[in-house]
Ligand binder design. Structure first.
Ligand SMILES: [Zn+2]
Ligand SMILES: [Zn+2]
Length: 245
């Protein structure tokens, strides 16, 4: 069982909602999100442990901590795992970071795996910068500004991997191209907003694009099924491509 997004598990597991069991003596455990190993006095019945820093952090900080440390190759898998945490709500501005942070993690994890361990520090730097940029994209941006923050997140990602600035040429073109492609795919799916659907669409649109232009091979799960529809009052159900019947 995974936790309901946005549901505060006041006394239960932050990851899955299971009951927490307490130890009489502390044990060394690894945090589910940031991979830090600390002396812990509890874990859930399913074996999850979440460190105090991750447990008390905002969704943005949790996404940043998780993405810096994860070694997963698949950004959609990371995004879904983070969506299940108590911090990430059904909808909200944290999805604007979820897109670039998971894509940056996958991009750098690929480079590290291909024999570039020196890229680990760059990965952390870029994910921290992504957070600073994503924090400027407030919630409701999709409806109030006509530009979904998940699409901006894809633009932040390509800007960061290409090193784009307002005066670059090819990098500028690539960054704006990916935002427009994601936005088009998000617009075609139709309203009302769904931060899960729009995150999936932006990541799915960006993976083949980054693979083509940046010589990486990030895996693409083209058949992702949404596990959050029952928590979304405005879910399009059968009209959404990710709806799990
Ligand atoms: Zn758990
Ligand atoms: Zn942690």
């Amino acid at each position: 069982m995974m936790a309901a997004p946005g549901k505060d598990h006041k006394q239960d597991c932050f990851v899955c909602g299971e009951e927490i069991i307490y130890f009489s003596e502390r044990e060394k455990l690894q945090c589910y999100y940031c991979r830090d190993v600390v002396m812990a006095d509890s874990q859930c019945r399913a074996g999850h442990f979440v460190c105090d820093k991750c447990h008390s952090s905002s969704a943005m900080v949790l996404i940043e901590r998780y993405c810096i440390r994860t070694q997963y190759p698949d950004p959609l898998k990371m995004a879904v795992e983070l969506m299940h945490s108590s911090s990430v709500k059904m909808h909200g501005a944290e999805h604007h970071l979820l897109v670039p942070a998971t894509l940056l993690a996958a991009y750098y994890n690929y480079l590290v795996k291909k024999g570039h361990p020196e890229k680990i520090s760059e990965k952390e730097k870029k994910i921290r910068e992504a957070r600073l940029r994503a924090e400027k994209v407030s919630s409701g941006f999709c409806g109030f500004y006509g530009t979904c923050g998940a699409a901006i997140g894809a633009g932040i990602f390509i800007s960061l991997v290409s090193g784009a600035t307002p005066v670059s040429v090819q990098e500028w073109k690539l960054s704006n191209t990916i935002t427009s492609r994601c936005l088009h795919s998000i617009a075609c799916a139709g309203g009302p907003r769904c931060c899960k659907r729009d995150t999936f669409l932006a990541i799915q649109e960006t993976i083949p694009f980054v693979n083509k232009h940046f010589d990486v091979e990030i895996p693409l799960d083209a058949d992702i099924r949404c596990q959050f529809s029952q928590y979304n009052r405005e879910c399009l159900k059968d009209a959404c491509q990710f709806f799990d019947r």
